[in-house]
Write a protein that binds this ligand. Structure first.
Ligand code: MV4
Length: 452
């Protein structure tokens, strides 16, 4: 195991990593920006180094300064967390060049999965179902129209370098195709520096189901079941849960096996997530692969009892996964609500500022992963997530009731949060019935008085 690691992140995920490191006896070096001097990750790490001013482009995204800190601290490895440099293949490569372990997959796999057309091709090779569409990127407008007409409208145009919903365009008919195709290419060029796009049949009203994968350096690849992340707003997840109320054991095993096949096909190592769309008829299609630990990993930890950060460190240090697929049991039901400093009454505008009073819920089956406290000032420079509340119970109904109870206990004064919004969802009839698709939030906003 490592002696000391650098955590190239901030907020709740930095704390989450520090906690497992302390349990394992691994020393931690935090990095921070001038805006994060008062942050808990700085307080709780063994050592901390300030690497720049508040904007991420001057601190958490500055690989050169992170390597200076790594050298000063003489660390064995870097944990990138999520966001920031976590899926940057150049950063992963530079770690290896400096003889520092990167806690994640190889730079090659990060680069390959970052290209969404390439990733789809890998899925096809691994006999994982994909949405019908163009074979790889498509540059010629006339050819693109031919593909669209052969698969049938509506179709969706996606950026090869996109992901997470960024740079997608829905096209309903051939009349608007030419315009949309050219806008998509121009936007892809502007946003990702890569104008390549590909085409897919549009899957109507799907569920977002993702499979947690773990893979060690010795060829063992397992899945830890799914998370249902269908409840999203503008591609931002709001609520995640496991098991999915939509999957039966047969479909769970089929999607899980498909995810394992893909991870093996691309020589994956460490933990990762494979996203699928699942339609009304239970057809499932590969969407994209995330080569990092995800925000919602705690849901899987609660359901399986497995510490995913512990696994990440062990795998990166060369240890074998200490269990087999047959030992992975999905015993309980877990639901996570993201707590964001945003005002749901004002179109979810971010609300940075000082938290003047803070009391987090607790009790049976409640887990709060957060870096904030009373008197903490939420900086305006980073994302608005200030914590994650996870409720676990033996059944989905118990987990929902527990979540509702915990949200009612949560006190955050000084900034608006999404707590009341998620609490209203817990009482929603469709949510309680498990009728959740990617259209849920839109429909919930219409029938509740949350406006638009
Ligand atoms: C789709 C789709 C329908 N058909 N692809 C959005 C995020 C990105 N990971 C993929 N996304 C979608 N791709 C086809 N061919 C619908 C979505 C989508 C969506 C996916 C997951 C969760 C929420 C979503 C909300 C709107 C659209």
């Amino acid at each position: 195991m490592f002696d000391k690691i650098l955590i190239a992140n901030r907020g709740e995920i930095a704390l989450r990593i520090i906690r497992t490191c302390r349990e394992l006896g691994v020393k931690t070096l935090a990095i921070y920006s001038e805006a994060d001097e008062q942050s808990l990750h700085v307080q709780l790490a063994d050592e901390a180094i300030c690497i720049g001013s508040a904007p991420a482009s001057e601190s958490y995204l500055r690989a050169d300064r992170i390597f200076s800190a790594a050298e000063l601290g003489n660390v064995d490895a870097i944990h990138p967390g999520y966001g920031f440099l976590s899926e940057n293949p150049v950063f992963a490569e530079q770690c290896l060049d400096c003889k520092i372990n990167f806690i994640g997959p190889s730079p090659e796999v990060i680069r390959q999965m970052g290209n969404k057309a390439y990733a789809k091709d890998m899925a096809k090779k691994a006999k994982v179902p994909i949405v019908p569409g163009s074979e790889g990127a498509i540059e010629n407008e006339n050819e693109a129209l031919k593909v669209a007409e052969s698969i049938g409208f509506p179709i969706i145009i996606k950026a090869v370098a996109g992901g997470g919903g960024k740079g997608m365009r829905l096209v309903h008919n051939s009349v608007s195709f030419s315009k949309e195709f050219n806008v998509a290419r121009a936007e892809a060029e502007k946003n990702f520096g890569n104008g390549m796009v590909y085409i897919e049949k549009f899957v109507e009203d799907p569920r977002h189901i993702e499979i947690q994968i773990v893979a060690d350096k010795h060829g063992k690849v397992l899945h830890l079941g799914e998370r249902d992340c269908s409840i999203q707003r503008r591609y931002q997840k709001i609520i995640e849960e496991a098991p999915s109320p939509f999957l039966d054991n047969n479909l769970r095993e089929k999607i899980g096996d498909a995810a394992v096949r893909l991870a093996k096909q691309c020589g994956y190592e460490n933990v990762g997530t494979i996203e699928f769309l699942v339609d009304k008829q239970s057809n499932f299609y590969f969407m994209e692969m995330n080569t990092r630990i995800q925000v919602e990993h705690g849901v899987t930890e609660e359901v399986t009892g497995i510490d995913l950060i512990d696994l990440q460190l062990r795998i990166a240090a060369g240890e074998k996964i200490p269990f087999d697929q047959k030992n992975v049991k999905f015993i309980r039901h877990a639901i996570e609500c993201r707590i964001n400093a945003e005002d749901p009454e004002r179109n979810f505008t971010p609300c940075p500022g000082e938290i003047i009073l803070y009391y987090a819920p607790g009790g049976n089956g409640i887990r709060v992963d957060s870096h904030v406290y009373g008197g903490y000032r939420i900086p305006q420079y980073y994302d608005s997530m200030i914590g994650k509340l996870i409720a676990t119970g033996n059944t989905r109904e118990i987990a929902i009731n527990r979540m509702s109870r915990a949200l009612g206990e949560y006190i955050i004064r000084g900034v608006s949060t999404t707590i009341p919004f998620t609490k209203a969802i817990m009482s929603d009839i469709d949510f309680r019935a498990g009728h959740v698709t990617t259209k849920f939030i839109e429909e919930f906003m219409k029938r509740s008085n949350h406006g638009v």
